[in-house]
Design a binder for this molecule. Structure first.
Ligand code: MN
Length: 301
């Protein structure tokens, strides 16, 4: 449950451990009590861990619908391949944005050449009802806006921050920012956005509250700045206008109803054309049994 010291201060949520491919990940979103930040609906921090040219993140072919995946690497390299025919090695300072729309299949594989540390974040953005039945799309940016204030510098990898835009396609106004904090920084915010600050490494103070690595600090809309203090924390700032559609998120799908997600899972199992074709040396994922078929109620936000 959120730890709220006062109504305007940050609400803190602990991440939980999960497994993706052969990596243990710290999942900061969704957590109990906070399912979205703007349109951001999923946040995993993976690594650091050693990888070889033959074995990396090793996430085999799997489908998505109704969401965008944002892959941001802070160390190492990953090969993205998808059913549109995209094949893109991603490195630190670059971003991969994949829009699933009605359906896509992708895999995250070893590069065949990179050995060393691998660390990064995998994020999802919910698509609006207006675009979620549309075509899939893949975007890559190798040049991204850099921002620098006193004691705070970073890279905008999604949306826009202080007028500096990535140029990637998004349905609703949002920002994804990777930054380092050296000292005390008053970071400007958009009052129409809600925000989450996640420390990827290093201890951090937000408005004089101590926030340990892996903790999500949630900030409600209405603020025009936040004060961060650290001797060198590496942080992620996610923000956006509150998403005003109720979503239902299950497995790799974002939809609006259990029936719709059931249909997507059945189509994946039947190898329906909806998700295109992607062959990989890695095994494809099987859809799990939906929890609502076992008697539980679907959780909408
Ligand atoms: Mn994926």
């Amino acid at each position: 449950m959120p730890d709220e010291s006062n109504s305007s201060g940050p609400e803190l949520f602990e991440s939980h451990q999960a497994t993706v491919g052969r990596f243990s990940v710290a999942r900061s979103l969704p957590v109990v009590g906070r399912r979205m930040i703007g349109a951001w609906c999923f946040a995993d921090h993976f690594g650091p861990a050693d990888v070889s040219p033959e074995s990396g993140l090793d996430v085999g072919p799997h489908p998505h619908t109704g969401l965008q995946t944002v892959t941001w690497i802070t160390s190492g390299q990953v090969l993205h391949r998808d059913s549109l025919g995209s094949e893109q090695v991603i490195r630190p300072g670059e971003v991969n944005l994949m829009t699933a729309g009605q359906g896509i299949t992708h895999a995250e594989e070893a590069t065949g050449h990179y050995a060393g540390m691998l660390e990064g974040v995998q994020l999802w953005i919910a698509q609006t009802d207006a675009t979620r039945h549309g075509e899939a799309r893949f975007e890559h940016r190798d040049t991204l806006p850099r921002i620098a204030f006193s004691s705070f510098e970073g890279t905008v990898f999604a949306g826009a921050f202080e007028g500096q835009a990535t140029g990637t396609t998004h349905d609703t106004p949002l920002v994804g920012l990777d930054a380092h904090v050296h000292g005390e920084a008053a970071v400007p915010l958009d009052p129409t956005f809600e925000y989450g600050v996640i420390s990827l490494a290093g201890d951090l103070e937000i408005e004089s509250r101590s926030v340990s690595t892996g903790t999500l600090a949630y900030l409600r809309p209405g603020r025009d700045e936040v004060t961060l203090r650290s001797s060198g924390a590496h942080v992620l700032l996610l923000g956006g206008q509150p998403f005003d559609e109720k979503i239902l998120m299950w497995w790799n799908f974002v939809g609006r109803s259990a029936d719709e997600l059931d249909a997507a899972a059945s189509q994946w199992t039947a190898q329906d054309d909806r998700f295109g074709r992607l062959t990989s040396d890695l095994p494809a994922f099987d859809a799990p049994e939906p929890y609502w078929r076992r008697g539980a109620r679907p959780v909408t936000r």
